[in-house]
Design a binder for this molecule. Sequence first.
Ligand code: BDR
Ligand code: CA
Length: 309
Amino acid sequence: MAPLPIIIDCDPGQDDAVALLLALASPELEVLGITTVHGNVPLAVNAANARALVEFAGWPELPVFAGSDRPLRRPGIHAVRVHGPSGLQGFDLPPARRPVEPRHAVEVLVETLRTRNDVTLCALGPLTNLAEAFTWAPEIVKRVRRIVLMGGASKGGNVTPVAEFNIHADPEAAALVFAAGAPITMFGLDVTHKALVNAEHCRGFRAAGKRGAAASGWCDFPDRYNPMRYGAVGLPLHDPCVIAWLIDPTLFAGKECFVAVETESPLTLGQTVVDWWGRLGEKPNATVIERIDAEGFFKLLSERLARLG
Ligand code: BDR
Ligand code: CA
């Protein structure tokens, strides 16, 4: 089977970094390019991280484009407390040899989707780049093969009681993307908090070689999450779930639902309202993933890190 063409829109971030390694190690996927967006750390920092990462992974020719440096309508928020000032605390990458491309990520998304209709967008950060591309060129929406995104939660947020970071960081962009009409697969905290990486997984990663050692460093970074807060042993490895689903969807299960994003209420801003039981009578706009074969997921990740060496 021909590999699936994808663009990864991200804000690395340790778990974005592991997701990129997983994608680049996987022959089922053809990574056309990386676009970055404001998020875990400011745009300039995460774009430089993405550039350093593709080189570290052994893909120096892969282009990295920086996109929107702020949300559509609000001041930006970052998650330096979670990811460290570099975004990749836990393992320092060698600096990149080549610069980030001069073109804006949104321009690249629009141009790519105007010229081809087989591209899957993997969104691992706030949805600002996608929203700007859809606003600029609405005709591209129907040419998107699928959006597979990490974001949202139907039961408990990680920024507010109900909102997850990627959606909370730009709720208007998220609302626009969910309402746009492109097929969406959503990986929210309901499933990513079941993909808990622990010390034993990290030992396995380290045995895989230098890329595995990097993944272990990023997953072991002790301040990333407060396990006491979430009542679990291990850290949620959010973004790699998106890539793993593209490689092996049998590792996951979910349900077609209507999802809306709250953009007004100060109390619930950025909440993804998942209509699990179809109470609103709206047509489903997303496949909401809620179950994972976590053992199978970590086995896949370890195997692929070992391929990169
Ligand atoms: C999401 O926010 C970031 O901290 C992670 O990279 C992930 O994309 C989890 O809420
Ligand atoms: Ca991310």
